[in-house]
Design a protein around this ligand. Structure first.
Ligand code: R5G
Ligand code: ZN
Length: 670
């Protein structure tokens, strides 16, 4: 299994800059690269990465995307005078040239391809290339938006040609639309291009009609181009997560890519003069984490934009720290997506419902949206724009430093019955000292008849010991194989408040009765995925998810996880995630590993898994997920059962009053 995170950087790419006056261009400065790299060095993150050398791209590689005429023209720029360079620039606009920019552009492509090589060959698991000039705006025969060669588009073609990658997902979280990437792959069903971008009803650069949500791709590529327009500025963490949960992730899992390329622009972070958004740098830790179980973990991030040197450096560090496997920060106080984003989400899901089975049951657009489309009615400012943002200059905007993300010394501790081997790299946890009489009485009080069952008692004490070590952050996560999962579950629920947290996300997978009394105190959010209709009353903190074909239905299970469980979990923001595999759940191993992987984005990675002791076959795969190994690819998901999809949609509608991150549609226009 590949491990390690590649870091590609070469100081040579800082050696070009704007040589004349052009207010729109002056933000793209060499310091963007130096502050990013220096932050990685200062925080010690660079030393934890595998440094891969940068190289120049060859002509052949550049010609995977660009025309010979364009390449030949750019080749002449090193020899141009300042006047020639300015004239040459004029023919493209929104970009600037420099005698050394051709060299740097070849290095940016070369760095991208070196990154693709190191990931595709398994030399590393994932990685990031800190490059300039960026690439996602450049086209076959044109430079645009500071971009000369399209680094990520060439990387995608290169991966398919050299490594036979069948399906490549490109996630463009830069705040600008990568029109160059869209044009390159719009008729190609093997490359799924996803971009969100500041749009403001075509009033923001590059002011293209084809950047809107109804550009879904052409001919065979229809459905494989996803545009999410931000029609307002000031978007926050909740808006970004809502788009991941309700647009990108369901489709990305259905697409099942062999490789994920990220056009990692950080001008979508707070403080950026271009984006004017409010999402904080730690959100990139979560966006990265949510993509890391796709493609068996093969993820290549390539720098695009990002012009606030403070938020850029912080966002780069948040991204790299997650690529390295460190626990994600708590997704602090998420609200719900704003009305404008809900409209965009609804429009995108509606535009793509015919192409993706996970979107089949998207409610139709309200008539008002359709008419507005034709009338191009710009949304009236509702007056609830964050005043602070608008008034202050980008440099004046402040935000809290991202929280430290400490790595507990032990990643995965296990509590096992006698005789069960401890999975590799895990640490066996048993209650060394005899449990305190208080604890014993507590446990006896709840479970024991008079007869003292030594084995069960010991097992529960081991479990409590594990919890307490998680509470001290000595251990990140844990796995316990127990005789009776229900008893163990109640034991943990009882003990968690005292030791770890008073907010537990309890995820039960498989049929079986869950003692609902534990969800009455509001300190627990229960999500129970099973094949049986909910008997108990569903409530804000007790969410039964019924899959008619049961937990063995990979497609249905994943959609329930992505579109319901994760949004709930992120909004609830627990201090512990308790993942329980009920006996006979029927859940398939790789889906179980996906779930165990994705849930680690919550509670700073404090995930405790409970399984029946006879499921020793699953102990290894579960442990590997808890140790941070990417879950195996699920393969092409089968079709979703329409009744399950409808039930999921209905459940979201019912719960969205309490859980804002479940909203997928703008409130119906009257
Ligand atoms: O970071 C980015 N992409 O990821 C990105 C891309 C493009 C721009 C805008 N831009 C860059 C040079 C330039 C010149 C003129 C205009 C103009 O507005 N002309 O009308 C705009 C311009 C900013 C950032
Ligand atoms: Zn950008």
């Amino acid at each position: 299994m590949a491990a390690g995170t590649a870091l590609l950087y070469d100081e040579e790419m800082t050696k070009y800059k704007l040589l004349w006056v052009d207010p729109a261009c002056k933000i793209e400065v060499p310091e963007r690269l130096t502050v990013s790299h220096e932050a990685l060095v200062r925080t010690g993150l660079a030393a934890r990465c595998v440094s891969i050398a940068v190289r120049e791209a060859t002509d052949e590689e550049i010609l995977l995307v660009h025309s010979e005429e364009y390449l030949e023209a750019v080749k002449k720029t090193p020899y141009m005078t300042l006047e020639d360079l300015m004239a040459f620039t004029q023919q493209y606009g929104d970009v600037y040239f420099h005698p050394n920019i051709y060299h740097c552009a070849k290095l940016a492509v070369g760095a991208t391809l070196q990154l693709v090589d190191s990931v595709m060959t398994g030399r590393v698991r994932n990685g990031i290339a800190l490059v300039r000039p960026p690439g996602h705006h450049s086209q076959k025969s044109a430079a645009s938006g500071f971009c000369i060669f399209n680094n990520v588009a060439i990387g995608a073609r290169y991966a398919m040609q050299k490594y036979g990658a069948k399906r490549v997902l490109i996630v463009d979280w830069d705040v600008h639309h990568g029109q160059g990437v869209q044009y390159c792959f719009e008729d190609d069903p093997n490359v799924l291009y996803f971009s969100w971008h500041r749009y403001e009803h075509q009033n923001f650069w590059p002011n293209l009609r084809e950047s809107d949500y109804d550009s879904v791709g052409k001919e065979k590529g229809a459905g494989f181009n996803i545009n999410v327009p931000w029609n307002k500025v000031g978007m926050e963490n909740s808006d970004y997560l809502a788009v991941f949960f309700h647009v990108l992730l369901p489709v990305a899992y259905e697409f099942c890519p062999d490789l994920v390329l990220v056009s990692a622009g950080f001008d979508s972070a707070i403080g950026d003069p271009e984006g004017k958004m409010c999402a904080t740098p730690d959100i990139f830790a979560h966006l990265t984490h949510l993509l890391m179980n796709l493609a068996g973990g093969k993820l290549c991030a390539v720098l695009e934009g990002g012009y606030n040197l403070t938020s850029l450096a912080q966002s780069v560090c948040q991204t790299v720290q997650t690529l390295l496997g460190d626990p994600a920060p708590l997704p602090a106080d998420l609200g719900g997506p704003c009305e404008s984003v809900l409209k965009s989400i609804h429009c995108v899901r509606s535009a793509h419902k015919q192409y993706w089975s996970c979107l089949k049951y998207t409610a139709d657009l309200p008539a008002s949206e359709l008419s507005a489309k034709s009338l191009k009615v710009a949304e009236q400012k509702t007056g609830n724009e964050p005043e602070a943002q608008e008034q202050r200059s980008p440099e004046e905007i402040v935000w809290p430093e991202p929280p430290k993300r400490l790595c507990p010394p032990v990643r995965t501790a296990v509590a096992l019955p006698e005789g069960v081997a401890c999975p590799d790299a895990c640490k066996r946890c048993s209650s060394a000292e005899a449990p305190s009489s208080l604890v014993l009485n507590r446990i006896r009080g709840d479970f024991f008849k008079e007869s003292e069952d030594k084995v069960t008692l010991t097992a529960l004490c081991d479990l409590i010991a594990l919890l307490e070590r998680m509470a001290k952050n000595e251990v990140r996560n844990g796995l316990a194989l127990v005789q009776d999962v229900s008893m163990a579950m109640v034991c943990v629920m009882q003990h968690a408040p005292t030791s770890l947290t008073n907010r537990v996300l309890l995820v039960c997978v498989g049929d079986g009765c869950v003692p609902t009394r534990i969800t009455e105190d509001g300190k627990t959010l229960l999500v129970h995925i099973s094949s049986t209709e909910a008997q108990g009353q569903k409530s804000k903190h007790c969410v039964p998810v019924c899959l008619r074909k049961g937990c063995s239905d990979v497609a249905g299970f994943m959609q329930a996880v992505l579109g319901l469980l994760l949004p709930l979990g992120y909004e609830y923001n627990p201090g512990l995630v308790l993942l329980v595999r009920m006996p006979g759940s029927g859940v398939c191993e790789s889906v179980w590993q996906q779930l165990a992987g994705l849930l680690q984005g919550l509670a700073q990675g404090h995930t405790l898994v409970l399984m029946q002791e006879n499921e020793t076959a699953s102990a290894g795969p579960t442990a590997s997920a808890l140790l941070g190994s990417p879950a195996p690819m699920l393969g092409l998901l089968g079709n979703l059962l329409s009744e399950d999809l409808e039930a999921l949609e209905t459940l979201r509608n019912t719960l969205q009053a309490d859980w804002k991150l479940l909203q997928v549609n703008a409130c119906q226009q009257n």
